[in-house]
Design a protein around this ligand. Structure first.
Ligand SMILES: *Cc1c(COP(=O)(O)O)cnc(C)c1O
Length: 373
């Protein structure tokens, strides 16, 4: 069986974890955590980065930093993972779900604009498959209505919009290092702060509501409880693992792009039964090869296609189940139909894409897909 995903170890993870075992710091915010922060701050120019124990945690930090009050509204795409909405719901916000665009599953300024009212505080965008949302019109809307923009960049590592790195455009952003993402630490994530006004507070939320990080930098001579917070920071063991992956980032990205290109060259315009490959990337977006997906003409065809591949030894997956009609939220949703979200949810299928996927396996998957009628 060719699995849908296989987590990848770059080779140095164990030796870096051994270094942590030999050192005097195993809890968070040690040397490896600082290497990881520095990597992102230097390579992408992010104002401030903080590792978290998951992308979900990073989103929760974003939501806390937004200082929402009961009755405040947050606009979130319905076509996304649960955490994107859950993080803001936990802070007491009312979630207004927006539809995907017709071009690709991303949220659009056109879908957002009619949902803005005097209670709206935040727009959350998800760069689905690592493909940038059209950010300029969204940032314009936010400026016009004095809203914060949070980028759920969980899938968007090393991807750009008009030359700007994703995660560096909104006021705040969250990355994920879950085992299914391009760069992984098993579970893991990172908060990015781009707006100066959140720089001090983010560290306090991160360190259980204390100013311990400032204490360690020698900026204050004792530390104590000064705000809300939680224990969002991962241990050095996780950071050491992540650092081994970050050092190999260009190699990992190169390998994933190689697989992505093979799929695209062989399948674009050549599939049967009404199946198409993912739409071409918009001119403003770059490819980070996070996902290669196909779109089927109906749920029936997708089910048939996925079963066919499974019977021939290839595991594929679909996502997401729309959040607006989920068991948990359907009674809280305002009832608007979100047809594009439903369409992607019913028809999208993801092909295997992971570092150690061999060329002959890619060739086998391509051959099978082309033979499906
Ligand atoms: C993976 C993912 C998350 C959650 O990240 P975790 O690290 O698993 O908590 C959130 N949003 C999107 C769009 C994701 O793909």
């Amino acid at each position: 069986m060719i699995p849908f995903n296989k987590p990848y170890c770059s080779g140095r993870e164990i030796s870096y974890i051994q270094e942590v075992c030999n050192s005097i710091t195993m809890s968070g915010n040690g040397d490896f955590t600082k290497y990881c922060h520095g990597f992102f701050e230097k390579r992408y120019g992010f104002r401030k980065c903080l590792l978290c124990t998951s992308g979900t945690d990073a989103l929760e930090m974003c939501a806390m930093l937004c200082e929402l009050k009961p009755g405040d509204e947050v606009i979130v795409p319905s076509f996304t993972f649960v955490s994107t909405a859950l993080a803001f719901l936990r802070e007491g916000a009312h979630i207004r779900f927006a539809d995907s665009g017709t071009e690709n599953p991303n949220i659009t300024a056109e879908a957002i604009a009619p949902l803005i009212n005097e209670r709206t505080k935040v727009i959350v965008v998800v760069h689905y498959a690592g493909v940038a949302c059209d950010m300029d019109p969204i940032m314009d809307l936010a400026r016009e209505h004095n809203l914060l923009v949070v980028e759920d960049a969980a899938q968007a590592i090393d991807a750009y919009y008009k030359g700007r790195p994703l995660g560096g455009i909104g006021h705040l952003a969250a990355f994920s290092f879950h085992e299914t993402k391009n760069i992984s630490s098993g579970e893991g994530g990172m908060l990015v702060v781009n707006d100066e006004r959140f720089v001090r507070r983010c560290e306090i939320l991160w360190e259980k509501g204390t100013n311990r990080a400032e204490f360690y930098r020698g900026m204050v001579n004792k530390y104590g409880w000064c705000d809300m917070g939680s224990s969002f920071l991962p241990s050095e063991i996780i950071a050491a693992f992540l650092w081994a992956q970050l050092e190999q980032m260009d190699d990992i990205q190169g390998k994933r792009k190689h697989i992505w290109e093979q799929y695209d060259q062989a399948l674009r315009g050549k599939l049967h039964a009404g199946i198409t490959v993912m739409p071409p990337l918009p001119a403003y977006a770059t490819n980070n090869a996070h996902i290669y997906y196909l779109l089927c003409p109906s749920l029936d065809v997708r089910t048939r296609f996925m079963n066919y591949l499974k019977n021939h030894g290839v595991q594929t997956t679909f996502h997401y189940l729309p959040l607006h009609s989920s068991e948990y939220y359907k009674d809280k949703h305002d009832g608007r139909p979100l047809p594009q979200c439903d369409r992607y949810s019913d028809t999208l299928v993801r092909l295997p894409l992971f570092y150690s996927l061999q060329d002959e396996d890619v060739a086998k998957i391509i051959k099978l897909a082309l033979a499906f009628k």
